[in-house]
Design a protein around this ligand. Structure first.
Ligand code: GLP
Length: 236
């Protein structure tokens, strides 16, 4: 994993958007893996600006989002469907049928997850996967565990993730306890991975420099990815 330290969040967002736009310009029909959380918001703002300036065109792009809470429908402002519409899809020209986000409302979640992985394979695999990172080293919603989970599946959120994400909800009790997340194997199969970490992630980024690979720190597996860059902003 190549860890690149950048000056601040603005620089991180500009750089990440540049990397994504270059990918789209190099391969207009590419498959992007997309992330939510507060860290990629600046990246999406830059991409929207670039789209408006005619620097990038998403008309042939296919996207797969990392995760979604269970039990929140698309119109719920805390859902990741809503987030993606607000921050990206509502402002750029990714075709509607090219957008894929796990369905946290699915009656048969297991079936839904299997189909999600199949759809990624059918699309030719992910060219560039964007990731944020949790304070506990989670990627997507793959929480610290005894084993790495390969495929997209339903996961139970840890108390620390519920605590970290409660800022988006009125009450901590409203934070869903489960989510659907791309698996570690699904993420590792992406041809390139770009991880974004702001200054609040200094501790976990330090751990990733030192620690050997362990499912207790899910992001640590990224050290074995052949093309993974982590952009770390040291200031807001
Ligand atoms: C959530 C998401 C992750 C994201 C993480 C960090 O738990 N499921 O995909 O990386 O939050 O979010 P933030 O960037 O807001 O710190």
């Amino acid at each position: 994993m190549n860890i690149v330290t950048v000056r601040d969040y603005r620089a991180l967002s500009g750089m990440a958007a540049g990397i994504i736009a270059s990918q789209v310009n190099r391969k207009p029909n590419c498959v992007l893996g997309l992330a939510t959380g507060s860290t990629p918001i600046g990246t999406y703002e830059n991409l929207v600006d670039m789209f408006r300036e005619g620097v990038v065109d998403f008309s042939k792009v296919t996207t797969f989002n990392l995760d979604e809470y269970c039990g929140l429908d698309e119109e719920n402002p805390q859902s990741y469907h809503y987030f993606m519409r607000e921050h990206l899809f509502g402002h750029v020209n990714v075709p509607e049928d090219g957008v894929h986000i796990p369905n946290g409302m699915a009656a048969d979640v297991e079936k839904e997850c299997g189909e999600y992985d199949e759809a990624i394979k059918r699309a030719g695999g992910i060219d560039l996967q964007l990731l944020g990172i949790g304070h506990n080293g989670h990627i997507g919603f793959n929480e610290p565990d005894d084993v790495f989970h390969d495929n997209t599946g339903m996961v139970r959120l840890t108390p620390s993730t519920i605590e970290a994400n409660k800022r988006f909800f009125d009450r901590v009790e409203d934070v869903p306890k489960t989510a659907v997340s791309m698996g570690i194997g699904t993420i590792m199969a992406a041809r390139e991975v770009l991880v974004l970490a702001g200054p609040d992630k200094a501790e976990i980024v330090e751990k990733l420099r030192e620690e050997s690979c362990s499912p207790r720190v899910p992001a640590s597996i990224l050290r074995y990815h052949p093309r993974c860059t982590l952009l770390f902003a040291t200031a807001k």
